[in-house]
Design a protein around this ligand. Structure first.
Ligand code: G3P
Ligand code: CA
Length: 320
């Protein structure tokens, strides 16, 4: 069975890499009439193990077998697209130490106030307790992330994709075009996501788009109908799927895949006592993909149910 996510992959390939269709992984048999397998997205890289949005975290996510690598994207003062979750730098870098006099009146340090050359002096800090203890890594350009994934695809024979998120495009004019410009130089499967429906719908591209969901109202029939007009998938919080698994079928009826965010081994959803239980609930609901800080663990749990997607491969090679 062809799943919505596979359709999304094919759509991306038409634009960026016509040869990819021949090398794409065959979709396994469907589970109970639902999606064939669970795609795993390395959320901010393998951010449960290394600081989010660093090249080592992306590389680890790739090495753990994730099919997709997720950079969030914001712009610097000199319009360089960088991988960063917040439009501010203070949660995830040592900016307050390096540039103590560069905060705005609200006390925050905005990426838009720094050139990329200035950001290269920063070191990324881990913001979640109990995770990686050192401040070794720096903030990368989006193109460095693309280099990494495309290069690893070359050296491994796999065909992982990138899944950039437009962060706050309403206050970052030109962000969408900057991301599209960066992607244009690469041969990669791509999914573009945003919480901002206006910006996502207005994007001038044939690349497949994913609408991130913040409100249950967006998951009602009228909301899904509107999203289906421009997107191939929704990104929905796990908690909404656990509360109402029927939203998955409603989305699938409209050819929208469902990508759940975010599974974390060290921060379970309320009411769950293990990551395994969360994975089982998402598989039972029929979701197509999941964002996770711990790709290795989610892949292993999905594989135990015979539901881990095999990585797509180059040149028609069989998936491992
Ligand atoms: O993009 C999916 C998920 O990552 C959305 O949440 O805040 O981690 O970007 P956030
Ligand atoms: Ca994100």
């Amino acid at each position: 069975m062809t799943t919505p996510l596979r359709i999304a992959l094919a759509a991306a390939t038409v634009v960026l890499a016509p040869a990819f269709t021949a090398g794409q992984t065959a979709a396994p048999a469907a589970r109970d009439g639902r999606s064939a397998c669970l795609e795993v997205i390395a959320h901010r890289g393998a951010s449960g193990y290394l600081p989010e949005h660093t090249l080592p975290a992306y590389a680890l996510g790739y090495g753990q077998g994730a099919g997709w690598i997720e950079p969030d994207v914001v712009l610097t003062a000199d319009r360089v697209a960088i991988a960063l979750h917040d439009v501010t730098l203070d949660r995830t870098t040592d900016v307050a130490e390096r540039y103590p006099d560069r905060a705005r009146e609200d006390g925050r340090y905005y990426a838009a106030d720094f050139t990329f050359a200035e950001l290269e002096r920063l070191r990324v800090v881990e913001s979640r307790p109990g995770r990686f203890p050192h401040t070794t890594f720096r903030v990368p350009r989006l193109t460095e992330v693309l280099d990494l994934v495309e290069g690893l695809n070359r050296t491994t024979g796999r065909r992982a994709g990138v899944y950039p998120e437009l962060k706050s495009p309403d206050i970052q004019p030109g962000l969408g075009d900057a991301v599209l410009d960066a992607l244009a130089g690469y041969d990669l499967p791509v999914l573009i996501q945003s919480f901002d429906a206006n910006a996502l719908a207005a994007l001038v591209t044939d690349l497949p788009r994913v609408q991130l969901i913040t409100s249950p109202a967006q998951l009602e029939p009228a909301g899904l109908d509107a999203i289906a007009g421009y997107a191939v998938a929704i990104g929905a919080p796990t908690i909404l799927i656990y509360r109402d698994p029927a939203i998955v079928a409603r989305a699938h009826e409209r050819d929208l895949a469902v990508h759940a965010y975010t599974l974390r081994a060290d921060q379970l959803a309320p009411g769950f006592d293990s990551l395994a239980a969360e994975v089982e609930a998402l598989l039972a609901a029929g979701v197509d993909a999941v964002f996770t800080d711990h790709p290795d663990q989610v892949l292993a749990l999905a594989a135990a149910h015979g539901a881990a997607c095999s990585p797509a491969s180059e040149a028609g090679a069989e998936p491992r």
